[in-house]
Write a protein that binds this ligand. Structure first.
Ligand code: SF4
Length: 486
């Protein structure tokens, strides 16, 4: 969006009035692929030839990495495809020329660029110097590459070249999230061997951004009014390993948490998502505990708790190790909330293995938990495993776990009643006009429960994107109700 805007395009969310339609697609699991294809078929109806206004339709993202040739061949109304590694091609795909001065050696820096380079906080300079630039891949990634983890040779319609793109602080960017909150992607790709997942083939080998680049982007976001930053990547806990860093994520969090932007101050809420279980180090936990502005929140997808299922998933670990890890997390960071997700119905999952998972969930008492049903993906290692679990059994297992979790969550939320918490107000509730909703530092955007506000205190109205103090007055299974006190 930033590149298109910079080249003079006016962005609109209205497909029926757009001259160019860009569809950003997902190809992670079957339902996402289907949704992507349905959207493309719906959008081509807006083309001039079909009586609409659009002159061009562009398909971008992961579906292109998986089915590039198929899209071009089977949907002739599509004018261009742009994979995840070719973001710069979006301009020619949309029929736009880059700004004439873009490659000029005499390019005059804009205010924001010169700020990033000349007036970067000392933390930016300090950490830029720390980084080892020569190392560009993780030994695990190189090994998995030799083992064929990233191979696309069996994928009809995909190109052989893996994406190696990585954006930086100078990539034009337009925020699509509410003003107070933004995501920063700190790494791209993944080297893990999880048997149900094709993301490594779609996104390529793991590669980290430089700490200085992330800090510069965070500074620029803060100057635009952002107060909450959520760090993402397929696996944030590997951050920096490809650059030869140890505990790279802890170093990055430390640098971000202590960064002071003149006239703005510090990041108010900082969090990271998607930790890999065996990468949750003592140093990382101590860093979370040491800074008030780092959210006491750990998102660590465990996927299962049975050792045999995890082995078939090619992930390793087991319930007892995970319980020990959770105990350590809670002892180093008191009051921390944990989010995780599980997959039920992985090929060969027996009743006994499923029951192990159920017992684990009862014992671990995790705050926020998602259960996904296994999706059989061509190209993933698990696709070739026999003993597929029937769909009905998978769905029944998902429902059973969610019933267990509902009780755990309701009890945990009850403990919040009477507490005073800071809430970031997001606006009128999506469910009813009678309530407003927001999040505390213990809720990640979009995914966890909500704080429903039924009493504005002394305020006539509330301002979305603003932080208020509230008292929790009621608890439901996943959401809580609060009144504003300050
Ligand atoms: S760590 Fe996540 S992205 Fe990487 S292979 Fe496993 S499930 Fe896929």
């Amino acid at each position: 969006m930033g590149m298109l805007h910079n080249a003079g395009a006016e962005l609109t969310p209205q497909a029926d009035t757009a001259d160019v339609i860009v569809i950003n697609t997902c190809s992670f699991i079957d339902s996402a692929k289907q949704e992507s294809v349905n959207t493309i078929l719906e959008m081509v109806q807006h083309k001039v030839a079909n009586g609409g206004q659009a002159k061009r339709v562009v398909v971008a993202g992961c579906l292109v990495e998986r089915y590039r040739d198929e899209i071009i061949k089977n949907i002739p109304e599509v004018d261009a495809v742009v994979g995840t590694g070719e973001l710069n091609a979006i301009l020619s795909a949309a029929g736009l020329a880059p700004k004439p001065d873009t490659n000029s050696p005499f390019k005059i820096l804009s205010e924001s660029e010169s700020t990033l380079i000349d007036r970067a906080p000392s933390a930016v300079k300090k950490h830029s110097a720390l980084e080892v630039k020569e190392v560009t891949s993780r030994p695990e990634g190189d090994l998995r590459e030799q083992q064929g983890r990233f191979s696309r040779t069996e994928w009809d319609g995909a190109t052989a070249a893996l994406p190696d793109y990585l954006y930086d602080e100078n990539t034009p960017r337009i925020l699509s999230t509410p003003r107070a909150s933004a995501y920063i992607k700190i790494a791209e790709g993944c080297d893990h061997p999880c048997g149900f997942c094709i993301i490594p083939q779609l996104r390529g080998k793991f590669r980290s951004r430089r700490i200085g680049s992330v800090l510069a982007e965070a500074e620029s976001l803060l100057k635009q009014g952002v107060r909450e930053i959520t760090l993402i990547g397929q696996d944030t806990t590997c951050f920096g390993e490809d650059l030869g860093m140890k505990d790279g994520l802890a170093q990055l969090l430390e640098a971000l948490a202590t960064m002071e932007v003149p006239g703005v101050g510090k990041i108010k809420w900082l969090r990271f998502l998607y930790a890999y279980p065996n990468k949750v180090t003592t140093k990382l936990l101590e860093t979370i505990a040491a800074h008030d502005n780092i959210s006491k929140y750990l998102d660590v997808p465990l996927q299962h708790a049975s050792a045999t299922t995890l082995k078939r998933m090619k992930r390793g670990g087991h319930g007892d190790i995970f319980l020990k890890m959770i105990e350590k997390v809670r002892s180093i960071v008191p009051g921390i909330v944990i989010r995780t997700s599980f997959i039920v119905g992985f090929p060969g999952e027996t009743d006994a293995e499923f029951e192990e998972l159920e017992s684990f969930i009862k014992a671990a008492k995790i705050d926020w938990l998602g259960v996904f049903t296994y999706s059989d993906e061509e190209g993933a290692a698990a696709f070739n495993l026999g003993e597929k679990v029937p769909k009905r059994t998978i769905e029944a297992r998902r429902r059973r776990l969610m019933r267990v979790q509902q009780k755990i969550s309701a009890k945990a939320r009850e403990q919040w009643i009477g507490k005073t918490m800071e809430v970031l107000v997001e606006g009128v509730s999506e469910e009813t006009d009678l309530l407003w909703e927001g999040r505390t530092m213990l809720h990640a955007p979009e995914i966890d429960g909500k704080v429903l506000i039924n009493d504005f205190g002394d305020h006539e109205t509330l301002v979305p994107g603003t932080f208020y103090k509230c008292e929790i007055t009621e608890a439901h299974d996943y959401d809580v109700v609060a009144r504003i006190i300050e």
